[in-house]
Design a protein around this ligand. Sequence first.
Ligand SMILES: NC(=O)c1ccc[n+]([C@@H]2O[C@H](COP(=O)([O-])OP(=O)(O)OC[C@H]3O[C@@H](n4cnc5c(N)ncnc54)[C@H](O)[C@@H]3O)[C@@H](O)[C@H]2O)c1
Ligand SMILES: CC(C)[C@H](C(=O)O)[C@@H](O)C(=O)O
Ligand SMILES: [Mg+2]
Length: 362
Amino acid sequence: MKSIALLPGDGIGPEVIAEAKKVLAAVGAAYGREMTFESYPFGGAGIDECGDPYPEVTAAGIRRSSAILLGAVGGPRWDALPLEQRPERGILRLRADLDVYANLRPVRVHDVLLSYCPLRPELAKGTDLVIVRELTAGIYYGERGRSRANGEWQAYDTCTYTASQIERVVRAGFETAQKRRKILHSVDKANVMTTSGLWREIVGDLAPEYPDVKVHHLLIDNAAMQMMRSPSQFDVLVTENLFGDILSDEASMLAGSIGMIPSASLGPDVSLYEPIHGSAPDIAGLGLSNPIGTILSAAMMLRHSFGWEAEADAVEAAVFRVLEEGYRTRDMTKVGTEAVTTSEMGSLVAEEVLKMSAKVAG
Ligand SMILES: NC(=O)c1ccc[n+]([C@@H]2O[C@H](COP(=O)([O-])OP(=O)(O)OC[C@H]3O[C@@H](n4cnc5c(N)ncnc54)[C@H](O)[C@@H]3O)[C@@H](O)[C@H]2O)c1
Ligand SMILES: CC(C)[C@H](C(=O)O)[C@@H](O)C(=O)O
Ligand SMILES: [Mg+2]
């Protein structure tokens, strides 16, 4: 029995979580797996219900859970709050609390998606990469402040990394590469930043322990350019918190939409799964959001937290089968073609999971 804590959050968060839950229920029925679901207030919803984006009731609930599935947080309603009180701060506190330092963001350009990629198909074809983003340190967690000096405002954010914070995520990068095509690009800004200098040194020190992995060092600006020039050269990229945030939104478009990309945030204990997109206030409540990033995050949960490989494979296969059949949510609909709603897309994937398992059983 696995207990899944759901943190739907704000905007399109609750819509996409509902569809992932639908697909997980289909997995349970098809494979005889027992899962329980408990929803907790989080983000703006946490502020509205409990006065805190990461309320104690939520922190206590997730401590009792086997894994956490998060939708998205934030929105204009809470944008005027000071940074420390905003919904986004709830995510940073949650990640730190769970110590989920390795955030895996896979981007795969399945052939059926090639025509949705803004790059020419021959450039994007075969792209299958994972960004391993450091998630619990760096500039997101450094000292920050704002003050008056010499008659004007000044503000600062600081980026700090300890050697052990770098080492553990770089090891996650090497280990991820070992299970794949064994190419690791370490992305930094070592020509300018001292944290990047230490990062590069540590990658160099660890490389001999992973002799089967080919290591490349790449500056972040060049990496952003290479992502558009020739994305299929990449296998695994490992990078610090802020660079990974930006690079993954850029890379998401290779798969046609930011709504397609899942993530797993792994640490020593309970892990966290979430799509990489935000709460998309511009389309919330309209049935226009793409739930596939969240559904694929649930698949990552089945694989990484529960060790249910066949079930994870089935969800991924079901998603791509539905895409092959031509169904698209509005974010990936070409002019003149029909879109399915968020809920219809979730139902199509859930039905496909059931159909596929019936075929196997039959
Ligand atoms: N992990 C998170 O919870 C998370 C991540 C990023 C941004 N945010 C927050 O979300 C809010 C909105 O931020 P933003 O607009 O910069 O980024 P966003 O990712 O929410 O949206 C960017 C664009 O992508 C579209 N989009 C995003 N997800 C989609 C989906 N599943 N299907 C279809 N279209 C999708 C949106 O409609 C929008 O046009 C902000 O408050 C921000 O802080 C939260
Ligand atoms: C909402 C925000 C704090 C978050 C981040 O920057 O990590 C988001 O952009 C993400 O990518 O998960
Ligand atoms: Mg982001």
